[in-house]
Design a protein around this ligand. Structure first.
Ligand SMILES: [Zn+2]
Length: 375
């Protein structure tokens, strides 16, 4: 069920390490078969667990009532876009899809205690689901992360470990702790069950479009779990014949930390670490190198997609533009505004099918940064 794409080692259900024992790489997860009984799905509770035949089975899934998120129309310039409002999930970000699956898995295996590193949203989300499951969680975060996200982590009862310095310092501190204590690393960056949960985003978009294909889907990309989730979810819908092909998957990065963009324009197969990352408003995607770089490049190219990088000015403008359109999103999510504009300027909008942009997190999570932008 768990398979290493690099060395092809396989691991059974119940495997607890976040990486391949043989080569240290990240693992993939696959169910033996998936199915989409469309009529039956329509009659089920409007939450992502309705895609039960395409998800692992848990006797006691850990849930906070993850209702389907809205797909709301909005004009970006002259482009009509459908916004997938992931901030309406229980902790205010798309991460709840992955956390629900990952914590359900750890809970089913009887894990009592786990650790995680995060720029804020994943830590807050995992903390909420850990609270629901009665699991103790320790979260390593940059001390500079948005206070709202750090507050959420503490509110849900997780132990917050603030780490000075940029985002990678939190990972270093966590890995040192894991090596010393052998704690279970509930990593949203590494664990394939996190992506397994995020793939439901693709199922929802397809169902909300009457089981038809969007022309393109744009999302913010740091580690790339949204994009990889979309690729997996739409891929499974193609595999069983519900959709004819993948939509174009478009990754949007902050220019200040844009290793995927650099690799994509160079035509590379791997993503090299960003040489000189600069501070960015988009804290949720300020990752100098993604864990699954090769898979991201492959997914984007296979879908006929693209990568765009946007400036800090464009991110700030995006926050305001979304606000004026009635959407309160954090700067990390607002990158998609300029992403859509860039595709339109370059004549790269799809000829057919709606353009969907993923709004990953609520603006009030980053209230401090937002107040500086809005004035
Ligand atoms: Zn391996």
């Amino acid at each position: 069920m768990f398979c290493c794409p690099a060395c092809h080692a396989r691991y059974a259900w119940g495997y607890l390490s976040h990486q391949c024992q043989a080569c240290g790489g990240p693992l993939d997860f696959a169910l033996e078969r998936v199915a989409f009984p469309l009529q039956a799905i329509r009659a089920r509770v409007p939450e992502f667990w309705r895609y039960a035949e395409a998800l692992p089975v848990f006797e006691q899934p850990v849930t906070l009532g993850e209702s389907l998120t809205p797909l709301a129309p909005c004009s970006i310039g002259t482009t009509q876009v459908l916004l997938k409002c992931e901030y309406s999930l229980p902790t205010g970000s798309y991460k709840d899809r992955g956390s629900a699956l990952l914590i359900s898995y750890l809970h089913a295996l009887g894990v009592q205690e786990a650790v995680e590193d995060s720029s804020g949203n994943a830590g807050a989300s995992l903390a909420a689901y850990a609270a629901r499951a009665g699991l103790r969680l320790k979260v390593f975060c940059p001390a500079s992360a948005s206070p709202g996200k750090l507050l959420q982590i503490r509110l849900y009862g997780a132990e917050l470990v603030p780490v000075e310095g940029p985002r990678p310092k939190a990972t270093e501190a966590l890995l040192e702790y894991v090596a010393r204590t052998r704690a279970v690393y509930a990593s949203h960056l590494w664990h394939p069950l996190f992506i397994e949960g995020v793939k439901t985003l693709a199922f929802e978009i397809a169902e909300q479009l009457g089981w038809s294909l969007p022309g393109a889907v744009l999302c913010p990309v740091g580690a790339g779990s949204i994009l990889l989730g979309l690729h997996k979810g739409f891929g499974e819908l193609c595999q069983v014949g519900v959709l004819p092909r993948l939509p174009r998957l478009v990754a949007v990065q902050a220019r200040h930390v844009s290793p995927l963009y650099q690799a994509f324009v160079r035509g590379d197969q791997e993503v090299a670490r960003a040489l000189d990352p600069q501070p960015t408003l988009a804290e949720g995607i300020a990752l100098p190198v993604p864990v699954r770089g090769r898979a991201l490049l492959k997914a984007i190219r296979e879908s006929g997609g693209a990568v765009v990088a946007v400036s800090e000015e464009e991110i700030a403008a995006g926050v305001k533009q979304f606000g004026q359109a009635g959407f309160c999103v954090e700067p990390t999510s607002a990158v998609v505004w300029a992403g859509v504009e860039r595709l339109a300027q370059q004549g790269q909008l799809p000829a057919r099918g709606p353009v969907v942009a993923v709004l990953s997190g609520h603006g009030l999570k980053a209230a401090q940064a937002m107040s500086q932008l809005v004035g």
